[in-house]
Write a protein that binds this ligand. Structure first.
Ligand code: SAM
Length: 328
């Protein structure tokens, strides 16, 4: 699949649920209205749409959400997709907040998952609860170490938050080095109403990187996953740090991905509203011809890029939907 700008689309991110057991302050409002369960695709339908993408050239699938591991019976989907590794699919990965990993790490590894991303913005228990509103850090840390014990490679995702975790990022680099985890730092993106002001949270990663460079030797690397992160290697620990900078640096020119929500809506860009309904063609027939045609038609509309802006004049989200719907 090639889009109008010549980019080959090989990566699908599937948001298997918009629900989450946490309420991170930059992601959701405390009181969220979630999608009615009746609107969700079944796990079988999600697998069928994902299989269509794989037939059309997707080689990497990431399950995300919401919190993917809180969807009931999600392991059925993981096992179904895991069975396609080597049959068109190269890699199946998961992005999780870690809260369910003590239960699922072994099953994920057995299903063929080799790498996971775990979101962890702080190592401080009180701050963790403040950021997630409801979470307890022990659960996530236990999950992370269960995943490590199960043999999964782990990348820690941390959103850089002004005045919240900025003083801790050095410690997180050290901690990740100690445990053999890569780290990915993310700028807050203006997605969805969070019941507060994002200009207070936004911390440009250019500043973070300059600060880290005072304590660590950050070596440029051409390591690339085809994703938005730009990586450096920390000489002292040997681990990588990725910087995802949608606000300070546009990364769209190398975009290789599209997204599918749990209702069967396909988004061609995280930062744009244009979408394609795949549920109707999926349910219209048992044959996948109409579904595949709808996917290809949508790829033909993939936009050149997003235009996120956080400033005081435009104090509203660039896109109305939350990250938890589209899949972060
Ligand atoms: N529940 C899973 C998790 O916590 O990783 C998967 C979904 S979560 C939406 C995926 C990632 O998006 C997390 O690392 C989260 O911190 C990040 N995220 C959510 N809202 C964001 C925002 N407005 N700006 C930047 N990153 C955001």
């Amino acid at each position: 699949m090639r889009d109008p700008f010549g980019r080959e689309i090989t990566y699908l991110r599937v948001s298997v649920t918009d629900r989450c057991d946490l309420r991170c302050v930059y992601c959701m409002a405390e009181e969220m209205t979630f999608l009615p369960k009746a609107e969700l695709l079944t796990l079988e339908e999600l697998e069928r749409v994902t299989a269509a993408f794989i037939r059309l050239g997707v080689r990497k699938v990431r399950l995300t959400g919401g919190e993917p591991l809180v969807r009931r019976d999600v392991m059925r989907l993981v096992r179904g997709l895991g069975a396609r590794i080597g049959q068109g699919l190269d890699e199946l990965t998961v992005t999780t907040n870690g809260s369910q990993l003590t239960r699922f790490a072994g099953d994920l590894a057995a299903a063929g998952v080799r790498r996971i991303n775990v979101s962890l913005d702080t190592l401080d228990p009180a701050k963790f609860t403040a950021i997630t509103r409801w979470g307890r850090i022990e659960k996530t840390l236990d999950g992370i170490f269960a995943a490590k014990a199960a043999g999964l490679a782990i990348k820690i995702n941390a959103v850089a938050l002004k005045g919240v975790n900025e003083d801790e990022l050095d410690r997180m680099v050290a901690w990740c080095g100690e445990h053999g985890f890569d780290l990915c730092l993310i700028e807050t993106m203006p997605m969805g109403d969070i019941g507060g002001d994002r200009t207070d949270q936004y911390l440009p990663l250019s500043i973070v990187r300059a600060r880290l460079a005072k304590s660590w030797t950050l070596a440029e690397t051409d390591y690339a996953t085809g994703g938005p992160a730009r990586y450096v290697v920390v000489k002292e620990t040997g681990r990588r740090i990725g910087f995802i900078t949608p606000m300070t640096h546009n990364f769209c020119e190398s975009c290789n991905r599209v997204r599918l929500t749990c209702t069967g809506t396909m988004y061609m860009c995280l930062g744009q509203d244009d979408a394609a309904d795949l549920r109707t063609p999926l349910r219209a027939s048992a044959d996948d011809a109409a579904l595949e045609a709808a996917i290809l038609e949508a790829i033909g509309r993939k936009p050149k890029g997003h235009d996120f802006v956080i400033d005081r004049r435009r104090n509203r989200p660039a896109v109305a939907r939350h990250m938890s719907l589209t899949g972060g």
